[in-house]
Every structure is written in C-alpha cells, then in structure tokens.
Design a protein around this ligand. Sequence first.
Ligand code: AMP
Ligand code: GLY
Length: 424
Amino acid sequence: MKILVIGSGGREHALIWKIRQSPLAQKIYCAPGNGGISAIAECVAIAADNVPALLEFARREKIGLTVVGPEVALVAGIVDAFVAAGLKIFGPSQAAARLEGSKIFAKEFMRDNHIPTALFRTFNEPTAARQFLERCDYPIVVKADGLAAGKGVVICADKKAAEQAIDDMMGKKIFNEAGQRVVIEQCLQGEEVSLLAICDGSAALLLDSAQDHKRIFDDDLGPNTGGMGAYSPAPMASGRMIKEIEARVIEPTLRGMRQRGLTFRGILYAGIMITVDGPMVLEYNVRFGDPETQAVLPRMKSDLVDLMLAACEGRLAGKKIEWDPRASVCVVMSAAGYPGKYPTGMTITGLDAAQENPHTVVFHAGTKMADGHIVASGGRVLGVTGLGQGLEAAMDQAYRSVEKIKFEHCFFRRDIGAKAVGRL
Ligand code: AMP
Ligand code: GLY
C-alpha cells in the first residue's frame, strides 16, 4: 500500500526508515520531509498542519495509511477529516488529542480518573494566579494550558520567577492563546522516563522505555530543548515499574477516555517521573516522541505498519512486539545557539563515512538538499543512533559515528546515556 508520513524531523525519518522495512509498504510519501528523508521517500511540499491540502493529496494518491508525526496536525483535527473521508490514519481524534493540546484538560482528566500526577490548581486570570503564589512552597511549576512548542513549562525556583512566568504567559501573552489559562503544580523530583503505547481504543501495546535528555548542556544544565538525545531501554524503569505504569496510567487513561465517549487510537506517550511515591505523570503526548522514536524504533523487530493498521482497525489485542535485546543511544547534533537563535545553511560532511558503521543509523532532522549537498536547516540537525550490547557499547557506537560528521557551528551533548551507565 501507499503510506504517507506527515512531518519533517528526526522522528519522521526514523518512522519512514522503519516503515520501509515492512512488506506492506509499496510506496512512501512524506509531507514535507527533509534532506535525509528525500533519499528514501518521495517528499511533497505540503506543510504538516495544512489539513485540506494533505487530505486532497491522500485522496488523489489513494493513500492506504497516513501516519501523523507532530501534534499540531492532530490538535487541528486531521484524523477527524481523514476518517470522515474514509481514509485510514494513525493518530487520535481532535477531541482525544486534547490530552496533549490542553494541560488543564489532561490534569482534570487525571484527577477524575485517579491517575497519579502532581497536585495542581488551574487559573483563568492572572490576579488569582498571583495571589496563589503567596501561599506556595517553592520550587513550583507554571504551565501554559495550550501548545507552546515545548516551551510552555517553567520550573520556578522562587516566587519572583513564578510571577515572571505568570506575567509572560497571561500578561505579555508570549504564547498567545495557549497561555491564557495556566496550571500551577507541585514540582516533582526523580528520574524521568518516556513510555509510549500503541493504542486501538481499548487495547494498548507498550513500546520499550526510553529516556530523553531535555536540557541543552551536559549534566542536564541550561534551558530545556525538544530533546538532545535519548536511550532505550531506560534501566531505571524496571519490569515491575513498567507493569505498574501500565496498570495505573496507561489502562486507566484508555478507560477514562472511553467513559467520556472518546476512543484513543494512535500513540499515547506518558512522560513519567519516577518519584519516591511511585510513578507520576508529568504530561501526556498523543504522538511519537522526538528523539525517543529515533532510539526506540531501531530496536523494534516487529512490523510497525502491521501494528499501526491493527490499531486503526481495533484489532491490537493479542499482538506482541519483538525487541532487539541490544541497547540504543541517540545523540542529537544541533546548530550552536539552539534552542535560541542558530545559524543555518552549513554544509554537512562525513555522512557517508558515518553510515558505513553497521551499528549506527543516521537520522536527519533539520536538513535539506541544496545544490547536491546536504545542508543544515534547523536547530536539531541530525540524530545519530548507535546499537550495542548494553548502553555503554551503544554510546561508543553512536559517538564514533558522530565524530565522523562535520559541519560548522555543530553542537552536541557528550553525555547521552552516561548517567545510566554510571559514568557521571
Ligand atoms: P512538558 O512540556 O509538559 O513535557 O514538560 C517539560 C518538562 O518539564 C518535563 O519533561 C519535566 O522535565 C519538566 N516538568 C514538567 N512538570 C513537572 C513537575 N511537576 N515537576 C518537575 N518537573 C516537571
Ligand atoms: N522528547 C519529548 C517530546 O517528544 O515531546
């Protein structure tokens, strides 16, 4: 069948790399794609959130399965539009995507369904929010309700920082509508783990765990980014812990959605903090994680297309996912300055040399083809995933390939995976 993947990052490159291995995939399109994706799929110049144009394209090309990468398209209702047109699409409906699209919806949903999460209050206007700050213990976390491209969460060490966050979101409206309402919640301590499940509305199949590295600098210092690297599996999430998260988070989430008349199909991504009181949900996402997907999919042995089709058709129960027992480490290579301002247009060399290593895969994120060369075109430029017997071996493979790739103003963390192998 023909498959359309929507998006343009390392996550979408990893999805297409994996989809290509399926005997069910005859032709793969990507909208809009990137420089690396254009080598393995046909890229079409339609933006990821242009739902009418994507629908028109899928109809015309008789696409058998559409896979949505970024949340914007899901929150904009792409799944509803495709389903109404009789097209198969992997992802949640607009109403179900509110688990990611509105933090207030997600927090109230968790409270109503007894899903463990930080204590919270919600505010519709700044005066009450500021008054509440007088009575808080610090640190505290201030979150914009809506989508804010990963920048809507501020961990505030003291009252002054919290007042600033409220003023930025509700006064200055730096996130526009998304910050009109806010959540203020208890700050949790612990190790973070990303758990993703493929869901068909009633059954959920867990992917192996991963840990993201959100801060820009080594030792988890500096501002938050979209993710500077990931590894899988996450050793801090033991088999027992995973079972507990499945029973206390994933299953009650699907049940709670059904009770609200919503069918959750697609990827349910639970960002979990493993605290002394057990696992707590930091956030839900309703899509594959980036860079987690670049670490997890190279370890998946099963046919992803078959699993996504089963999810769309409500026949996931009884399916299993086979995993490569090796560990993986994905190192993100970025343009210096990211997550702030960064340069673009730098020529990237050494990609062929890096790809000669059979224990690594190079995924493109912010790249494009220009005059026959691959050049940097985004903040996160590449994701280099290494596989090995154990995390330490996977790290060595990933960094060996990273060292072969060169571009001006290149920046990457040198400690992806280090915490888990006790190197820090
Ligand atoms: P989000 O944008 O909701 O993914 O949150 C971004 C990051 O903020 C998370 O990955 C955590 O590192 C951090 N975070 C969010 N909520 C909390 C919390 N209640 N306590 C501590 N850290 C948090
Ligand atoms: N890596 C975090 C995310 O995909 O939201």
